[in-house]
Design a binder for this molecule. Structure first.
Ligand code: UDP
Length: 452
């Protein structure tokens, strides 16, 4: 009998921490699952020395790392940043092809896993006769939307925002036109057109791993499983960045020490993800809203210092508010016992971190698919409240903000929100524990890889 060499899997996230982190988490899970060899391939746009380089250097030894040559010569980066991610991956394809060729020659390469910017690499997997998978780091509802995008694009006339009725995909909540992803709001943009083209390729995948779990999206997952010509869907979440305990970030974040001295569940955490920015007038309303609410808070303010706040705000709230600038250890802050609510832009990682910390949310979507996520959280799962836009300028007003804060942090509604979030935390932990349905689904995927 010839013993087959250990199966080898190549994983290629698109550039950027937001894409590299989830793929690395998947890689770590694959290592835990079984005896596999892994190569992580980062396509070239150069590594950011502050965040990416240290992160990459601390990868587990089992992960072999290859950086493809830097190909970044794109000037469209400022006008359509999402499009430039697709382009960076595309320009890396010739060097990816060389790499895959040599991996095939020297290892038992069985599969290539890309994320949702990387389906152009499927042709290379085809050429070398290895399986092609996608890791979809968002939810099943967004996956379902993209699987249906070619059809929607050819049947919906005019703007999605003007649709008289919500889009109803099987197993999903109704999706209002205005809640569809940012790129859908301008059908003429290069980004939207690129999504349409890429989404046609999803069905070429041998399977799609999704960072979700059946207790939050059971109906959608089932509908995908029954869908015609839909690749096998593997729900493997909730998958969030694993905390290493006392991280450097935690040691330097002063808010962490401050939180230690606050009563349990009394602090609202306010953070709009790694890129979310508010206008100056919206920051102003939010500041007054927090002040009006009378609640304790930690607020991460991006892209501006104290100057961006109303005059005297920091002084007036210094006994119950803590300001962090640009970055704070979010996952750890959410886990802190003093944190009782979260104002979030509804990025999918933030949502899962909040659920796993049983912290109910105020859903304040800004870009990408966050409006759909906000609808899922507030209308379907009922673990968030969503403020209404009250003014003509599209601002969320201070009274609305204060009301939302109070509804989440106290009272009957707050209690119900907390109970439901807590139940989902328990369900999420169970899903990824040994024998849970996400764990089984990942095991099933690994089994198929090993049969190759
Ligand atoms: N994050 C953080 N500190 C910050 C802002 C963001 O640790 O001040 C982390 C957050 O915990 C999450 C990720 O960055 O893991 C943001 O991912 P998400 O999908 O929520 O949103 P994105 O930034 O990709 O829009």
């Amino acid at each position: 009998i010839i013993m087959k060499e250990t199966p080898h899997v190549a994983l290629m996230p698109s550039p950027g921490m937001g894409h590299i982190i989830p793929m690395v988490e998947l890689a770590k899970k694959l290592i835990q699952q079984n005896n596999l060899k892994l190569t992580l391939i980062i396509p070239g746009s150069g590594l950011n020395p502050n965040e990416e380089k240290p992160f990459i250097e601390s990868l587990p030894n089992e992960i072999n790392l290859v950086l493809l040559p830097n190909t970044n010569s794109d000037t469209s980066i400022n006008t359509e940043p999402v499009l430039s991610i697709f382009k960076t991956v595309e320009r890396s394809l010739p060097s990816l092809r060389n790499l895959i060729k040599s991996l095939v020659a020297t290892t038992n390469l069985v599969a290539l896993i890309v994320d949702f910017f990387g389906t152009t690499a499927f042709d290379i997997a085809d050429e070398f006769n290895i399986s092609q998978y996608m890791f979809f780091a968002s939810n099943a509802m967004l996956l379902s939307l993209y699987l249906h995008l070619p059809e929607l694009d050819s049947t919906v006339p005019g703007k999605y925002q003007d649709l008289p009725r919500p889009v109803q995909l099987r197993g999903c909540i109704p999706l209002r036109g205005e809640d569809l992803p940012t790129s859908f709001q301008n059908r003429e943009s290069g980004t939207y057109k690129c999504f349409v083209e890429q989404s046609k390729r999803y069905r070429m995948a041998s399977g799609i791993l999704v960072n979700t779990f059946s207790d939050i999206e059971g109906g959608t997952i089932k509908a995908l499983e029954k869908g015609k010509n839909v690749p096998t869907v593997y729900p493997v979440g909730p998958m969030v960045r694993q905390s290493t305990g006392q991280t450097e970030e935690m040691k330097t974040a002063k808010s962490f020490k401050w939180l230690d001295d606050q009563p349990e569940g009394s602090v609202l955490f306010v953070c709009f993800g790694s890129m979310g920015l508010l206008s100056k007038s919206q920051i102003n309303e939010l500041a007054f809203g927090l002040e009006l609410s009378g609640k304790r808070f930690v607020w991460v303010i991006r892209g501006g210092g104290l100057d961006s706040l109303p005059e005297g705000f920091a002084e007036r709230t210094k006994d119950r508010g803590f300001l962090e600038f640009d970055w704070a250890p979010q996952a750890e802050i959410l886990k802190h016992k003093s944190t009782g609510g979260f104002v979030t832009h509804c990025g999918w990682n933030s949502v899962q971190e909040s659920i796993l910390s049983s912290v109910p949310m105020i859903a304040w979507p800004l870009y990408a698919e966050q409006r759909m996520n906000a609808a899922l959280l507030s209308e379907h799962l009922k673990i968030a409240v969503r403020p209404g836009v009250r003014s003509a300028g599209g601002l969320v007003g201070r009274i609305e903000i204060a009301n939302c804060v109070n509804n989440v942090m106290e009272g009957e509604q707050g209690k119900k929100l907390r109970e439901r979030t807590r139940a989902l935390k328990v369900a999420g932990e169970k899903a990824v524990a040994v024998g849970g349905h996400s764990d089984k689904s990942l095991a099933e995927f690994v089994k198929i890889l090993k049969l190759k």
